[in-house]
Design a protein around this ligand. Structure first.
Ligand SMILES: [Zn+2]
Length: 79
């Protein structure tokens, strides 16, 4: 990738990026404003939605209807 293709965007406007941009690298400095906010949640390995399954626990996901999903921690933050 040449430097000409790298663009800088404000993180809160990521949602406004064109649908043609499906992969990007995020370089950021994070400041914590609410220290009690959750930083992660356990997700379905296939649809990424919240689950009550334990880490690596295999389950059938009721959200995405896939079998053999497993609990996968995902980072979350409020912007
Ligand atoms: Zn799922």
């Amino acid at each position: 990738m040449s430097s000409a293709t790298i663009a800088t965007h404000i993180i809160s406007r990521i949602i406004d990026l064109p649908d043609t941009i499906t992969f990007f690298t995020l370089k950021a400095i994070v400041s914590i404003k609410h220290q009690n906010q959750p930083y992660w949640y356990m997700s379905c390995s296939k649809c990424k939605r919240f689950t009550t399954a334990e880490y690596k626990e295999e389950f059938d996901c009721l959200q995405c209807k896939n079998n053999n999903c497993h609990g996968l921690p995902r980072y979350i933050t409020n912007l």
